[in-house]
Design a binder for this molecule. Sequence first.
Ligand SMILES: Nc1ncnc2c1ncn2[C@@H]1O[C@H](COP(=O)(O)OP(=O)(O)OP(=O)(O)O)[C@@H](O)[C@H]1O
Ligand SMILES: [Mg+2]
Length: 116
Amino acid sequence: MILSVDDGKINQVLNNLIGNAIKYSYPESKITIRVFKEDAQVVTQVIDEGQGIPEKEIEGLFNPFKRASVQPTSGETSHGLGLAIVKKIIEGHNGRVGVTSKSGKGSVFYFTLPIG
Ligand SMILES: Nc1ncnc2c1ncn2[C@@H]1O[C@H](COP(=O)(O)OP(=O)(O)OP(=O)(O)O)[C@@H](O)[C@H]1O
Ligand SMILES: [Mg+2]
C-alpha cells in the first residue's frame, strides 16, 4: 500500500488534531488514534472524550478564524486557525476532513488520504 504525502504537512495535521483533543479535554481523559483502510482511502480518526461541540456550531468549523463556544481547559490560546490549516493540507492531498461530535461526550475528527 502506497501513500504519497508530504510527511511534514501530515505531521502538522496530526499535531493540530491531537493538540485540539488535548486542549479541549480535561486532564487524564483518554484520546484514541485509529488508522484504517476503507476502500481506496486510509482513514485517520482522532477520538477524544472531552467537551464535545454543540451541533449547531459544527457547520463552518474548518473555516479560518471560526471558533466554537468550547474553550480550552488549561488556559491555552485559541486563534481558530488549526482546523482551517488541516482542511487546506488534506484537500491539497485530495483527501477529505470531517467531524462528528456530541456536546459533553467528546468528538471524532477524521481525515482521509487516497491510496496510490
Ligand atoms: N477536539 C475538540 N473538542 C471540542 N472542541 C473543539 C475540538 N477541536 C476544535 N474545537 C473547537 O473548534 C474551534 C476551532 O478549532 P481550531 O483548531 O481551528 O482553532 P483553535 O484551537 O481555537 O486555535 P488554533 O488551533 O489556531 O490555536 C475551537 O476554537 C474549539 O471551539
Ligand atoms: Mg486548534
